[in-house]
Design a protein around this ligand. Structure first.
Ligand SMILES: [Zn+2]
Ligand SMILES: [Zn+2]
Length: 264
């Protein structure tokens, strides 16, 4: 099985456009800690790739050119990029201009890595996932604006207390570093706990999330002309990202886009 040109670009050139200082830092880190495949732990060739070996990469269900630019979901093979997939025609993601995702969540190394980070507490996985996310954002050009910041989807305080950290924020931190843009982890807050979206019917999802997020007004004014890229590990129904984007728009942010490691 061969990798698509787009998957090759995501996997094998994430550092080409790094600032010189970032390249030096990566080089030093690679010398100290030789990179291994994040999924199977085989040694990797650092100048080429620092995330997944070719065998694991071939098992990823990459979302390539056949995708919906609006919601980031994959469309049928050979259909090319579209702006309105069947799902978007019925339920377009509110307030989100464009979305991208690295691959499908269903099975394979991406799913294993996300679950290991989230529930296995293997914190070091945030770095390769952040690199993949950054490469995907760069390949789709959704950050190509005057200036952009990454904003991770926040967790409720109760959830944070239980888990001790926000894995989506850690992924975003590494992605922001790769993209050389700012991370604004305090712009959005989740002000109340909500039921997991996947367990609810579509109508109930809206009410479940209604007013669940709040935006810092001072920061929003400062960032009103900046492109905000909301980031998450997995986008399932898209309603969480939509609600976050609605909160940002209400606070005055003009352009909101979204990026995730996986699309379920
Ligand atoms: Zn591997
Ligand atoms: Zn769509």
């Amino acid at each position: 099985m061969t990798l698509s040109a787009e998957a090759e670009a995501i996997l094998f050139s994430p550092r080409e456009k790094c600032a010189r200082f970032a390249r030096l830092r990566h080089f030093a880190l690679d010398l100290l800690f030789p990179p291994h495949c994040a999924a199977c732990h085989r040694p990797l060739d650092p100048p080429l790739n620092t995330v997944l070996c070719r065998g694991c990469a071939e098992r990823v269900d990459w979302i390539g050119t056949d995708r919906c630019r609006r919601c980031g979901d994959r469309t049928g093979a050979g259909s090319g990029a579209t702006g309105d997939c069947p799902s978007c025609r019925t339920y377009p993601p509110a307030y989100v201009e464009a979305t991208c995702a690295v691959g499908q969540f269903k099975e394979g190394p991406l799913r294993d890595l996300i679950l290991s980070l989230k529930f296995g507490r293997r914190h070091h996985i945030a770095r390769p996932l952040g690199q993949l996310l950054a490469a995907r954002i760069r390949a789709t050009g959704i950050h190509a604006a005057k200036s952009c910041v990454l904003v991770p989807v926040p967790l409720a305080k109760e959830h944070l207390r239980r888990s001790g950290w926000n894995h989506a924020e850690e992924i975003a931190r590494f992605a922001a570093r790769e993209l050389n843009c700012a991370l604004e982890a305090d712009l959005l807050r989740k002000v109340r706990a909500t039921a997991p979206q996947a367990t609810l019917k579509r109508m109930a999802r809206r009410t479940n999330l209604s007013d669940a997020f709040a935006c810092d007004g001072t920061q929003a004014r400062r960032l009103s002309e900046t492109t905000v890229i909301l980031t998450d590990d997995v986008i399932t129904t898209g309603s969480t990202v939509s609600e976050c984007a609605r909160t940002l728009s209400r606070a005055g942010i003009k352009t909101v886009r979204a990026a995730a490691i996986a699309r379920a």
